[in-house]
Ligand binder design. Structure first.
Ligand SMILES: Nc1ncnc2c1ncn2[C@@H]1O[C@H](COP(=O)(O)OP(=O)(O)O)[C@@H](O)[C@H]1O
Ligand SMILES: [Mg+2]
Length: 226
C-alpha cells in the first residue's frame, strides 16, 4: 500500500545566516492510511514544524513531500490550497472555535469552505462525535473535551483521508482526553484515515500504531505497536 504522506530528505530551516534555525534535518517518513501515528519529542524538537509541512501549510526548505500521491514542494499556492482542503483535516490544541457561533455554526464554517450547503451535514458530523444534543450550544457552554470534539467534527467536513492533530489532548483532563483520542483512533481504525497526533501525553500512547520520537529536528526512533 502506498503512503498517504511520503516525506524524503526533508529539511526545514527558519531564517538565514547567523539567525538560521535548523528545525528539521534529513527527515524520511511514511504516513499510512488506517493507522494512528504519534509524534513525540521535547519542546522545540520540530514536531509542529513537521506536522505543518505534512499538512501543506508550511513549505519545506529541501526534500520531497508527497501528500495523497502529489508532490507539494514547489506546488503553486492555489493548487496547494485545493489539495489541503480536499485531503487534510486539522485539529489544534486550543480548539480554535468561534466563540460567538453555535456548535452547529462552527461546523458549518468547515462545510462552507468545502462548498457543502446541505443543512443536515453539520448535525450528522456532530452526531458522529457524540454531540448530537449540543447543536445550539455555544463553545463556552461546553467542556474542553466537547470543544475538541466539535473541532474534530469541523475537521471532518469534506471527509478528508488525512487528519493531523497538534497536541489535541494537552488542554484536557484525563477522561476527556481519553474520549478525544478514542475518537481520533476510530477515524483511523474504523474509517481508514491516516491520523497523525503530536503529543506529550503518555496516556494516549496505547492508541498508537506507530510512535515516532523526534529530537533536535531528526527522527530518533520509530516503534510499531504490537
Ligand atoms: N516561525 C518560526 N521562526 C523561527 N523559528 C521557528 C519558527 N517556528 C518554530 N521555530 C523554531 O524551530 C524549532 C522547532 O519548533 P517547533 O516545530 O515549534 O517544535 P515543537 O512543536 O516540537 O515544540 C524551534 O527551535 C523553534 O524555536
Ligand atoms: Mg509544537
Amino acid at each position: 500500500m502506498s503512503a498517504l504522506i511520503q516525506i524524503r530528505g526533508l529539511t526545514k530551516t527558519y531564517g538565514e545566516g547567523a539567525n538560521a534555525v535548523h528545525a528539521l534535518e534529513h527527515v524520511d517518513l511514511d504516513i499510512n492510511a488506517g493507522e494512528v501515528t504519534m509524534l513525540m519529542g521535547p519542546s522545540g524538537s520540530g514536531k509542529t514544524t513537521l506536522l505543518s509541512i505534512m499538512g501543506g501549510i508550511l513549505s519545506a526548505t529541501k526534500g520531497s513531500v508527497q501528500i495523497a500521491g502529489r508532490e507539494v514542494v514547489g506546488m503553486k499556492p492555489k493548487a496547494l490550497s485545493k489539495l489541503r482542503l480536499q485531503e487534510i483535516g486539522f485539529v489544534f490544541q486550543g480548539f480554535n472555535l468561534f466563540p460567538a457561533l453555535s456548535v452547529q455554526e462552527n461546523v458549518e464554517i468547515g462545510l462552507e469552505l468545502q462548498g457543502i450547503r446541505d443543512r443536515g451535514a453539520a448535525a450528522k458530523l456532530l452526531e458522529q462525535v457524540g454531540l448530537a444534543d449540543k447543536l445550539r450550544a455555544k463553545p463556552a457552554d461546553l467542556s474542553g473535551g466537547q470543544k475538541q470534539r466539535v473541532a474534530i467534527a469541523r475537521a471532518l467536513a469534506g471527509n478528508p483521508p488525512i487528519v493531523l492533530a497538534d497536541e489535541p489532548t494537552a488542554a484536557l483532563d484525563s477522561t476527556s482526553g481519553k474520549l478525544v483520542i478514542e475518537l481520533l483512533s476510530g477515524l483511523a481504525r474504523e474509517q481508514g484515515r491516516a491520523v497523525v497526533v503530536v503529543t506529550h501525553d503518555p496516556r494516549v500512547l496505547p492508541y498508537a500504531r506507530r510512535i515516532i520520537h523526534i529530537a533536535d529536528g531528526r527522527i530518533e526512533s520509530e516503534k510499531e505497536a504490537a
